[in-house]
Design a protein around this ligand. Sequence first.
Ligand code: NAD
Ligand code: FES
Length: 292
Amino acid sequence: MFKIIHAEFLAPGIKRFVIEAPRIARKQKPGQFVILRIYEEGERIPVTIENSDPERSTISIVVQAAGKTTHLLNSLETGDAILDVVGPLGKPSEIRKYGTVVVVGGGVGTAMAYPTAAALKQAGNRVLSIVGARNQELVILEKEMRAVSDAVMITTDDGSYADKGFVTDKLRQLIENGTRIDLVIAVGPIVMMKAVAEMTRKENIHTVVSLNPIMIDGTGMCGGCRVLIDGKSEFACVDGPEFDAHKVDFSVLVQRNTMYRDAEQRSLAEYRHSKSAEAGKCAVTAPQGAQA
Ligand code: NAD
Ligand code: FES
């Protein structure tokens, strides 16, 4: 069991957990993730590692409630525990001195982008960060991103905070202003990463995206996370999650990620009907007919 040392909402539906996980905290590098399971029969879900603290033997993860499992997870509180946390998984981000790097974080993807931005800054890069969210309430990690960036540009889709628009509007402005950009890293929803890739392809700017396909074992054995890169099958859990954005087949990623949408929606609807958040919390130790 992995004890939750601290749990807090960063935004509606988005929760940060600080978890006691000494071995992962010692080994974690930016760009990596964990796969966790909250009860015996539960599904395994990949989750972003936002930070780690080897001295305190903790990692922090950020979870957006989307399906049944993430709703259950977000009902946990300080003092509760998570059954399995496996990791760190995936290849770390390639950190070196590129020059000027634009880090794009879309919504909860900002949590994955943050440790990479911090490491790139530490490696001597000029880091320009673009953080986007649907509205003001959903902007996360602004303070943290400011601490590791030379400049931070914020956008909200509805204009309720900072500049109205998408992250790609800021990226376009940087490109049109003639800003020298040596690398773009984009983490967020697939449509955003695809839009960034299309924009930078024309400009020949090397671009890396962090992919989030469905994952099961996280070891390259089950094939669940298969993605198409430059026409070849690769597994995001061991060959990624970061890939050259200009080689990613985003349509295959969308298609595979929506394969179980109906089952996921049914499961979430059943969960909402049958359990209150408090009952969900109990299900961690004593699931009643729980399904993945
Ligand atoms: P969201 O839908 O609120 O979008 C966040 C931002 O992305 C928007 O504010 C906008 O700036 C940008 N964006 C959205 N659509 C765009 C478009 N068509 N063109 C250009 N920019 C666009 O994001 P959310 O609800 O926070 O969802 C986050 C998504 O990120 C989830 O789908 C989650 O699975 C994914 N995610 C990915 C990773 C990863 O490693 N890639 C990690 C965590 C989460
Ligand atoms: Fe099974 Fe990647 S999650 S192969």
